[in-house]
Write a protein that binds this ligand. Structure first.
Ligand code: CLF
Ligand code: SF4
Length: 294
């Protein structure tokens, strides 16, 4: 609550439904799916669906140009008075697809100067964008960090695309890890509130999440959100984790309990789609598809 946070931090979280558990009862967020391109391959990603950073597999989101995205935000803002946050969370990577992400935020900020801008990224392309992120008043960034040890990472990421080439094996995860830590440090040094999302994958990184929590807490992460891997056989296997199960509710709670004492834990995440609209847990996206905006 307000009492435990410095006033400048409280000002940023009080109306953000993901950063404040209380706020999520009263304030809504929306995502626009303007960032389709991605620079890494996560084994749990099924590219037919939205980014598993932030999504529930199952339905492909509407992909929008920045102009279409901005038009949709204005339409939603006009009919959802609780709207406080615009997030860009895929369906690929908002930082890798930076030209489209930036254009969308710029168009919206011009018309709705008070809306909070929020983005979600795997972090690989993040470090060089920190100055621009700060200049654009994007004060909430989520980085999906599933490991801090390339040996663990090898089982999650078959490849990354970085510095004009593809990297595989342990090198890929080492580079991703270094870039994630650098981006996190640079953002927190500039006062941006950073949430770390970690996808919990039983048998692969579940025990390791304690170490992830320790390292991101040390670098100033404001919140840590442990997201259960959603495995959905009805929608085909993920890229490289065929047959992998997600954690049970009890396993998830056990890991969360072990993390108490580090960065504050987010426990009200609803694993939204990259085109979600409304209060958390509510998805009014279908009311605002482009063909309905006219
Ligand atoms: Fe969207 Fe993410 Fe911003 Fe929230 S979602 S980009 S921080 S405005 Fe929120 Fe949805 Fe969980 Fe993400 S409930 S999946 S944590
Ligand atoms: Fe898929 Fe991973 Fe890229 Fe998200 S970051 S789109 S989960 S490969």
């Amino acid at each position: 609550g307000a009492a435990s946070l410095p006033p400048d931090v409280w000002a940023k979280v009080k109306d953000h439904p993901c950063y404040s558990e209380e706020a999520h009862h009263y304030f809504a967020r929306m995502h626009v799916a303007v960032a389709p391109a991605c620079n890494i391959q996560c084994n749990y990603c099924n590219r037919k669906f939205d980014c598993a950073n932030e999504s529930r597999p199952g339905v492909v989101s509407e992909r929008l140009t920045p102009e279409e995205g901005a038009r949709k935000v204005l339409a939603v803002a006009a009919s959802v008075p609780q709207l406080s946050v615009l997030g860009i969370a895929g369906p690929g990577d908002a930082c890798y697809d930076w030209v489209r992400t930036r254009a969308t935020f710029a168009l919206v900020a011009r018309r709705l100067p008070d809306i909070r801008l929020c983005l979600s990224t795997n972090g690989l392309a993040l470090p060089e964008l920190v100055d621009e992120i700060v200049d654009m008043n994007i004060d909430h960034v989520t980085v999906t960090i599933n490991m801090v040890d390339p040996e663990v990472g090898e089982r999650i990421y078959p490849w990354i695309y970085h510095d004009h080439r593809r990297w595989t094996g342990r090198d890929a995860s080492r580079i991703l890890h270094e870039r994630q830590m650098e981006g996190l440090e640079r953002l927190t040094a500039r006062g941006v509130l950073v949430k770390v999302n970690s996808v919990m994958i039983p048998g692969i990184n579940d025990a390791h999440l304690v170490e992830v929590n320790r390292q991101v807490t040390a670098r100033g992460a404001f919140l840590h959100n442990i997201m259960p891997l959603i495995s959905d056989p009805a929608h085909g296997t993920a890229f490289g984790l065929a047959g992998q199960r997600g954690p049970t509710a009890r396993e998830l709670a056990a890991v969360q309990d072990r993390l108490e004492g580090g960065a504050k834990l987010m426990r009200h995440c609803r694993q939204c789609r990259a085109d979600a609209v409304g209060l958390l847990g509510e998805d009014r996206g279908q009311d605002f598809t482009l063909d309905r905006l006219g």
